[in-house]
Design a binder for this molecule. Structure first.
Ligand SMILES: O=C(O)CCC(=O)C(=O)O
Length: 317
């Protein structure tokens, strides 16, 4: 076969693969479970087939659901200085002006952050408690007793404890741009709502990735933001596309991708499987805790790597 024909054949396979995978295995919408599963059931039905679901009645017993009012949070962690991501536009860790731009990580008393979220103080900027290195246990240990250190049926199913337990509190304008990671993610909403847009890993051929110079927002004396390059850091592969208003002229393949959308309400938990692309928004002041369990680097991971490499290779030609 001539090289051109071989390339067309590979392109055709890559274009057909997401649809075939969807027909074989992915749901049209994210299913709900009415109770937490047994470890075996969870592994068999959801983790192993890499399928998302929303689980109800799994965290009803958490004191956090009742306790985490503004008054309680102010009393318990109010004066404490914590890390808050600040951006001019709500996008922390996202592509902007041809850079991968990270937020200013501002150290501020948690109650000053709450004043901004509750609009007692006005700010033109967008604030999000979203530091992901297990910030619940590292920065908010006072709150750990109101949730669980891990999710027992998940820890048993996977035979390990979570790598990180993260605490998220944000303004409605704070957006997490489309990305994927290597965690089996149990995402629990304590108050408010989270809005997820998801793509299965098999949609990779339709999702653009580019390499970007990393940079960070720095606030200037006059309060405006400048974007400062992290000159010594390596380029970061990231998705430039906004799935809420995709530029289909630039990224025509994305027209064929079919995102799943789901709302996770207070008291519910989303199982967001490893390698799934996700874009996340929230209702104003939403509070959430999530558990990141490292994925198994098994054959599923290898197949994804192959799909990723083939997608990149055909783009180079
Ligand atoms: O809640 C968010 O804003 C983002 C969560 C997320 O991306 C993650 O846990 O991987």
């Amino acid at each position: 076969m001539a090289e051109g024909a071989a390339l067309r054949a590979v392109r055709g396979c890559l274009a057909a693969f997401p649809r075939e995978a969807r027909e074989l295995g992915w749901p049209e919408s994210v299913p709900y479970l009415d109770r937490p599963p047994s470890p075996l059931e969870f592994y068999r039905e959801w983790v192993s087939p890499n399928k998302p679901c929303v689980i109800r009645n799994a965290i009803n017993h958490w004191p956090a659901l009742e306790k985490w009012t503004s008054a309680y949070l102010r009393e318990v962690v109010g004066p404490k200085v914590v890390s808050v991501a600040v951006t001019p536009n709500g996008y922390a860790d996202a592509v902007f002006q041809d850079r991968f731009v990270m937020p200013e990580e501002r150290q501020m008393p948690f109650m000053d952050f709450l004043d901004i979220v509750e609009k007692k103080v006005t700010s033109p900027n967008i604030f999000y408690v979203q530091k992901q290195c297990s910030n619940l246990t590292e920065e908010f240990p006072e709150l750990v007793c109101d949730v669980q250190p891990d999710i027992p049926w998940m820890s048993e199913a996977l035979g390990k404890k979570p790598d990180a337990v993260n605490f998220w509190v944000g303004e409605s304008a704070a957006v997490t741009s489309l990305h994927k990671d290597h965690y089996e993610n149990l995402y629990c909403v304590v108050s408010g709502e989270k809005y997820f847009l998801l793509h299965p890993p098999s949609d990779r051929p339709f999702i653009p990735y580019e390499l970007y110079q990393p940079a960070t927002y720095h606030i200037s004396e006059d309060g405006s933001f400048e974007i400062v390059d992290e000159k010594t850091a390596e380029k970061v592969p990231w998705i430039p596309l906004d799935p809420l208003k995709p530029d289909l002229e630039l990224y025509p393949e994305y027209a064929q991708a079919k995102p799943l959308k789901c709302t996770v309400k207070a008291g519910e938990m989303l199982y967001l499987p490893s390698l799934w692309f996700h874009h996340v928004q929230q209702s104003h002041g939403c509070i959430a805790v999530n558990y990141w369990y490292d994925m198994e680097y098994d054959i599923k991971y290898s197949y994804y790597q192959l799909l990723d490499s083939l997608t990149k290779a055909v783009k180079m030609l």
